[in-house]
Design a protein around this ligand. Structure first.
Ligand code: NGQ
Ligand code: ZN
Length: 459
């Protein structure tokens, strides 16, 4: 049993003071008492502000190692786009070895933790060797993601991904895509191998499932996946690009989100990644489904995807969480800021997503905590007895925050500050970040640097 004492804490019922919090040996919050006095054994979080640490609901960890390397205009006749970026991404991943994948994932986990996230959902579709030949263990690379989580301590929801066609017309996988492919039998073995790998992690690790997208998976196979492990987190990319909406409409007779809502049992276990291009009815129907919209504002901006209909969606009480997807940058405050800023630019207004009396920062932060936890199948996202101790402590004495309190302090962090204000992070009670640094930063960084140096020299 560990006990903490914090002067300022965000609880589900609002801001609280002088809070004692005890954590049991499973990393679960045993008790929370506001207006308490510290006990002698308590770790005192002097000057700090204690918050729930959100989960990051969408990661392709390997893409971190190519961030910033596709920022020059290629020679595509009609300019660069998501699709030309995707070609470069496929070329990049052709070189990755299992050791590379593990080293990059550990570095991503460390950066996520230092940014204030306690957990991550890895949307894992890189399964085979460079020419598409399966490894002796079909879950070799899934196990490498789990090994990285073991080293970093992050809470992992592993989503093995089914990716079986090159487009809605059923064309075969080509080039770099050959590393992704499985039929349903192969996928079932991958899931079983992933479950074995997760057993070696702490009890908060979870399995989910993910058909990649309606481009990459036949509708019948989406149905088969739903039946494979009923109730686990179920993620799918949807409606990120206009060309994708058109392709799905052409082949399935409906827009991607419209099709999913009509033909699949979309409920609170589902997470629709991006959901960028929605018709008005899809906005309200998705909100009503209870599913989470998996928004990735920094990646979506970098890839030129478009702007999510956040205002009507939140008005319809739609749920969302934040992912960092391609990891173009790993920055929690910046993700939420980009989400709100996009709305300001689009609507020529300010504080578009605030739900009074809560401020903009508070509204976005609490929603992202709730949606992230839901999408990961993780009992977290709010500080209450029975929840995992996913905790984040901000430096309340930092010049950016000093003299501020309550929602104003969250706004100063999220709308005007940086992740450097994050001092401590615990994942399911595991203390992983102290004074802003992950405990294994030196070893993880050194290995990552050696990995990317070799990859970049090779390009
Ligand atoms: C992915 N990325 O799975 O990494 C995709 C590209 C695809 C984004 N959608 C591959 N941002 O969509 O087929
Ligand atoms: Zn993605």
């Amino acid at each position: 049993m560990v006990s903490l004492f914090a002067p300022r804490v965000l609880l589900p019922q609002g801001w609280a003071h002088d809070v004692r919090l005890t954590i049991d040996d499973q990393g679960v919050i045993a008790e929370i008492t506001p207006d308490a006095r510290p006990a002698p054994a308590d770790r005192q979080l002097q000057g700090q502000v204690l918050l729930p640490a959100p989960a990051n609901l969408h990661s392709h960890a390997f893409q971190r190692a190519m961030a910033g390397m596709t920022e020059r205009l290629g020679n595509a006749a009609d300019g660069d786009s998501f699709w030309t970026w995707r070609e470069l991404m496929y070329r990049f991943l052709e070189r990755l070895s299992p050791d590379d994948v593990e080293a990059i994932a550990a570095f991503v986990h460390m950066e996520l933790l230092e940014a204030g996230y306690a957990a991550v959902a890895e949307f894992h579709y890189l399964h085979h060797g460079p020419d598409g030949t399966a490894y002796a263990d079909p879950a070799e690379l899934a196990a490498r993601i789990a090994a990285a989580a073991d080293q970093s301590g992050i809470g992992l929801t592993l989503l093995p991904v089914l990716y079986s066609q090159g487009g809605c017309d059923g064309r075969p996988l080509e080039g770099g895509q050959r590393r992704f492919g499985n039929d349903l039998d192969g996928f079932t073995r991958l899931v079983e191998g992933s479950e074995r790998a997760l057993k070696r992690l702490a009890a908060d690790a979870r399995l989910g499932l993910a058909p990649h997208s309606l481009r990459a998976v036949h509708p019948d196979d989406v149905t088969a996946l739903v039946a494979l492990r009923p109730g686990v987190p179920f993620h799918i990319h949807a409606a990120e690009q206009l060309a994708e909406v058109d392709e799905v409409r052409h082949h399935l007779g409906a827009r991607p989100v419209e099709w999913l809502l009509a033909r699949q049992p979309v409920d609170a276990s589902w997470c629709l990644i991006h959901a960028t291009h929605l018709a008005p009815a899809e906005v309200t129907d998705l909100a009503a489904s209870g599913a989470v919209a998996g928004l990735c504002p920094l990646t979506e901006a970098n890839l030129g995807d478009g702007i999510f209909a956040a205002q009507p969606y939140l008005r319809a009480e739609g749920r969302f969480g934040i992912g960092s997807d391609s990891h173009i940058r790993i920055a929690l405050a910046d993700e939420l800021r980009q989400l709100e800023t996009n709305q300001r630019l689009q609507h020529h207004a300010r504080n578009v997503l605030a739900a009074p009396p809560r401020s903009t920062g508070r509204t976005l932060f609490e929603a992202a905590c709730a949606g992230g936890a839901q999408a990961l199948g993780r009992a977290s996202g709010r500080l209450a007895a029975g929840q995992l101790a996913d905790l984040l402590a901000l430096d309340g004495e930092h010049p950016h925050l000093v003299g501020l309190d309550g929602d104003a302090l969250l706004d100063a962090w999220l709308l005007a500050g940086t992740d450097r204000l994050v001092q401590n992070v615990w994942s399911a009670g595991r203390p992983l970040v102290e004074a802003g640094r992950h405990h294994a930063r030196a070893a993880i960084s050194k290995r990552y640097a050696a990995t990317v140096r070799a990859l970049r020299a090779d390009l």
